[in-house]
Design a protein. Structure first.
Ligand code: AFP
Length: 276
């Protein structure tokens, strides 16, 4: 796994440099999910693709920015990644991220054996989870390992995604109930910084539910939902679609999406209670 950590750190430094100097104009193209593509999305995808294809252990790559999976004829691991998540908030100079899921045998939830994300913010940070959860901060010269991130039984942050007028009534009841308990609204529209914040603050709930305009949710299973589900469970929290554990969901196509809830155990139990 060390080769993956080094590859993620190397591509993170290159993409951070790109973010410092790049314009944020859109290309005329869209990705496979129909999202408009920024020039930097395509450049970040290329950087990660080159880093990962150079590893002998990598057999296949699946990117949010591409339609097709890239296969090599040797290697053991399949990596699904979102090279730059948060395109719509880059022009506002908010933090964005890269997300990675590492799968054995093939792209299925049961095959995920590690996950990682990079936060491009005031600091460059990497979180990597396999059997344990490792947290690194880049100080401009090297990546310094930090104490591991751990979720408490509950927290105080509520990060509710999706357009509120398109929420179901039970979802509105759920979200309001946390605000009634004094939870603080912390939502930037960037999955990586929003979920990273809950891990750093040791608790809370991030939700992106089924909505009337996105009945299967918006976030992609292979390179957003499953990696963060893996990381949140390793941190002592939970990750469900309202009822089922996210890491038990099937996959129907590499860009398949799911409603998703990530958080501390008590918040996830409350989601189950309201949704079931
Ligand atoms: P963009 O990549 O289009 O900015 O979308 C970011 C994202 O996929 C994820 O990072 C956020 O959690 C989510 O969308 C925000 O979606 P809403 O703006 O609908 O809340």
């Amino acid at each position: 796994m060390e080769d993956f950590i080094l590859a993620f750190q190397s591509s993170a430094q290159k993409i951070q440099n790109l973010l410092k100097v790049s314009h944020t104009d859109y290309l005329s193209t869209t990705n496979s999910s129909g999202d408009n593509q920024l020039g930097i999305d395509v450049k970040a995808d290329k950087i990660i693709e080159e880093e990962l294809l150079s590893l002998n252990s990598v057999r296949g790559l699946c990117s949010e920015e591409k339609n097709e999976v890239i296969y090599k004829d040797y290697g053991s691991y399949f990596i699904a990644y979102d090279p730059l998540d948060g395109s719509s908030i880059i022009s506002s100079n908010l933090s964005v991220g890269s997300i990675f899921g590492i799968y054995k045998e093939g792209f299925e939830s049961k095959n995920i054996i590690a996950a990682a994300y990079v936060v491009y913010g005031p600091r460059l940070e990497l979180v990597f989870a396999n059997d344990v959860l490792s947290y690194f901060i880049y100080d401009g010269k090297s990546w310094k390992k930090q104490p591991p991130l751990k979720l408490n039984e509950s927290g105080k942050i509520n990060a509710p995604g999706g357009t509120q007028k398109n929420w179901s009534s039970k979802h509105k009841t759920l979200i309001d109930s946390f605000f009634q308990k004094g939870y603080r609204l912390r939502y930037s529209g960037g999955m990586v910084p929003d979920l990273h914040q809950i891990l750093i603050k040791k608790g809370g709930l991030f939700s992106y539910p089924a909505t009337s305009d996105a009945p299967n949710g918006k976030l992609r299973k292979l390179f957003e939902v499953f990696p963060f589900a893996f990381i949140y469970e390793k941190a002592g929290g939970g990750a469900i679609d309202g009822k089922n554990r996210l890491l038990e969901l099937p996959i129907n196509g590499i860009h398949d999406t799911s409603p998703c809830f990530f958080g501390s155990i008590e918040e996830i139990n409350e989601v189950r209670r309201i949704y079931e």
